[in-house]
Design a protein around this ligand. Structure first.
Ligand SMILES: NC(=O)c1ccc[n+]([C@@H]2O[C@H](COP(=O)([O-])OP(=O)(O)OC[C@H]3O[C@@H](n4cnc5c(N)ncnc54)[C@H](O)[C@@H]3O)[C@@H](O)[C@H]2O)c1
Length: 255
């Protein structure tokens, strides 16, 4: 059966792997991205988010079988407010704007978080401002934080938002989960490795991965396809860590 999916961030990296796997299975995938996309949109801009989904609705008026919020920026990006605007507000606003289309087909949502979302010491005022949906306050606070705290906070809030919303959405027929990738070989990671401030710490961190290698985008995409598929039909509001065992290594008693 051919299904219709829409996704953000399908141009490169993990998103491109998801797009290619879904298309190889014969599905239709509508990509929203800055470039190489069916719908070109800059999700850091509040007004662009709803407009992007209006274009998706024009392309798929029958509805969506799934939506993947994958677009994201890494911890090296400046100003850090861009990280909040894309990773949290861009994701939440596009998922919300896709909801009518998803309800038409009992669709499935996967939000791409990160295993950095559980880093210790995340600034809770920042995370709360994100969860409150206060974009200006969150962006003011995040510009005072270092990149790892900004990135981890944006993904912590996104993951908590998924869990907060998932039960009520399920009752309306839409199933939602998050995936928490570990370090993955993508253009985002290449840029962090090259970064003067974060490069060495990231290289050191990569040496600790129990599976012994950095993930390929395919490895993360396989987990996302599982969460999109009927094989995961009873999985709802979950956070699937796909990080080669790194979270279990660091936080063995948390689950
Ligand atoms: N690579 C990793 O190690 C890693 C680890 C954990 C989580 N993630 C997450 O996975 C997701 C995909 O990242 P990736 O590693 O594949 O990186 P990537 O840079 O290859 O892909 C990110 C995509 O998002 C798009 N994007 C960025 N800013 C945008 C904007 N303003 N508007 C629209 N699209 C925009 C980019 O054009 C790109 O296609 C991100 O959410 C990232 O935070 C990545």
């Amino acid at each position: 059966m051919t299904n219709t999916f829409a996704m953000t961030g399908g141009a490169t990296g993990i998103g491109a792997a998801v797009k290619e796997k879904l298309r190889a299975e014969g599905h239709r995938v509508i990509v929203i991205d800055l470039k190489d996309a069916d719908v070109v949109a800059d999700l850091s801009k509040p007004q662009a988010r709803g407009k992007a989904l209006e274009q998706v609705a024009d392309l798929a008026p029958e509805g969506l079988d799934g939506f993947i919020a994958c677009a994201g920026l890494g911890p090296h990006v400046q100003p850090a407010s861009l990280i909040d605007r894309v990773n949290f507000f861009g994701a939440v606003a596009t998922i919300e704007a896709a909801m009518d289309l998803l309800k038409k087909k009992n669709g499935v949502v996967v939000a791409v978080g990160s295993n950095s979302s559980v880093l210790p010491g995340l600034d809770q005022n920042h995370v709360q401002a994100l969860l409150d949906g206060d974009e200006e306050r969150a962006c003011e606070l995040v510009d005072t934080l270092d990149g790892q705290n900004a990135y981890g906070g944006s993904k912590n809030a996104l993951t908590r938002w998924v869990r907060q919303q998932a039960p009520a959405l399920m009752k309306q027929g839409v199933r939602m989960n998050a995936v928490a990738p570990g370090m993955t070989t993508t253009p985002l990671t290449d840029r962090v490795f090259e970064d003067e401030t974060y490069g060495q710490a990231m290289r050191d961190f990569s040496q600790m991965i129990p599976c012994g290698e950095i993930a390929s985008p395919d490895m993360i995409a396989d987990a996302i396809l599982f969460l999109l598929s009927p094989a995961s039909r009873y999985v709802c509001g979950s956070v699937l860590f796909v990080d080669g065992g790194q979270d279990a290594l660091i936080r063995p008693d948390c689950y």
